[in-house]
Design a binder for this molecule. Structure first.
Ligand SMILES: NC(=O)c1ccc[n+]([C@@H]2O[C@H](COP(=O)([O-])OP(=O)(O)OC[C@H]3O[C@@H](n4cnc5c(N)ncnc54)[C@H](O)[C@@H]3O)[C@@H](O)[C@H]2O)c1
Length: 332
């Protein structure tokens, strides 16, 4: 059992980390910090634990083993480095930071302090993704040839605590990147994890197609991106990340193998065999949750989903944006 404090009381804490920590038998939810104390108090009343008045108070609390960072992207680096330096393990939301340099500082702080840094890539834990990893590793359909992966939504202003164009997600200084940094990193990590290798290059078209900020002008970060990725062993695939899919959003991965095609949304996995047979894979795995992964990683002394994983996905997103800006293929 580890003692955990959650930093940031917005949508993802309300929807995932609050309930998951409350219900976990591997984690003791000690409390919450938010930049507004009243919100932290509301979350403590809802999920248990106490509200902290300041972040310094959290850092000084020797009873806290680990911190879950769920504040806006631009604050991840500072929050995480301070937590690691005060002797606490960290599970940080994605994107790990707003630049690769910041993510490297976080990894360096983890190395120096010996405290673990994990990135919140929850898609790896989806039961159908776990089953798909088995299909790949056991070569059920043979060798992987190519893939198409997408994570497309109607945008964060329908999701975040501030449901207006003034959301921090639309502000370059607070978010760093748009849809590619927000959703693309999930899929870059998922594909890299499933294939068991990193991507070596990317070619992308990244645009701002529709989103407007509070002033009515187009936002300064991308709301849509398409990327062609090539892995170390030469597997190629497409990645679509978008905030402007208003009618039918979702998360989907299609993998083409020598002997067929696998299609999943993370919950269901269908195999289309080369001979025409279609089979549904029985999903037997129970969904694991991030706070349990954090607790198990602390117990083993090794981060299951590491800071390096967060850095690689971030580098892929940054390279996609650079590729689009320069109309050239970029090495990651
Ligand atoms: N893993 C996932 O699937 C997933 C899903 C949604 C969000 N996220 C990530 O979680 C983080 C929070 O997203 P959200 O959807 O909960 O956003 P939100 O807008 O609902 O909440 C943002 C939180 O950040 C805090 N915050 C904003 N600016 C701050 C500042 N300058 N200093 C300190 N705190 C500040 C707010 O008080 C609030 O607690 C983001 O990094 C986001 O990318 C991950």
């Amino acid at each position: 059992m580890i003692n955990v404090v959650i930093l940031g009381c917005g949508s993802i804490t309300d929807w995932r980390h609050g309930p998951e920590c409350r219900d976990s038998d591997k984690v003791n939810l000690v409390g919450f910090w938010n930049r507004t104390y009243e919100t932290a108090k509301k979350f403590a009343e809802k999920f248990g634990g106490r509200a902290y008045e300041s972040y310094d108070e959290v850092l000084a609390d020797k009873g806290v083993d680990a911190i879950i960072v769920t504040t806006n992207n631009a604050t991840h680096m500072d929050m995480t480095v301070r937590a690691l330096e005060s002797g606490k393990h960290v599970l940080c939301e994605k994107p790990l930071a707003v630049t690769a340099e910041e993510a490297e500082k976080m990894i360096e702080a983890s190395r120096k302090t010996g405290k673990l840094l994990l990135t919140a890539f929850n898609q790896r834990l989806d039961p159908a993704h776990v089953a798909l990893k088995r299909v790949i590793d056991e070569k059920t359909l043979g060798r992987v040839l190519s893939f198409e992966t997408s994570f497309v939504t109607a945008g964060p202003e329908g999701w975040s605590a501030n449901k207006t164009p003034a959301t921090w997600f639309f502000n370059k200084d607070s978010a760093g990147m748009g849809a590619v940094g927000d959703l693309g990193v999930h899929k870059a990590d998922l594909m890299s994890y499933l294939l068991g290798e990193r991507f070596r290059s990317v070619y992308a078209a990244v645009r701002t197609l529709d989103k407007k900020g509070p002033d009515g002008d187009p936002i300064q970060i991308e709301d849509n991106g398409y990327a062609i990725l090539e892995s170390e062993s030469g597997i190629t695939g497409s990645l679509h990340a978008s905030w402007v899919c208003y009618g039918r959003g979702g998360s989907q991965t299609v993998i083409h193998f020598e002997s067929g095609t696998a299609v999943t949304d993370g919950a269901k996995l269908t195999l289309y065999h080369r001979d025409g047979k279609v089979t549904e894979v029985e999903i037997t795995d129970k969904a694991r949750v991030l706070c349990d992964v954090l607790a198990e990683s602390v117990e083993k002394g090794v981060p299951e989903i590491s800071g390096e994983d967060g850095l690689w996905a971030l580098k892929t997103a940054v390279a996609a944006i650079k590729s689009s800006a320069t109309s050239s293929k970029i090495d990651i």
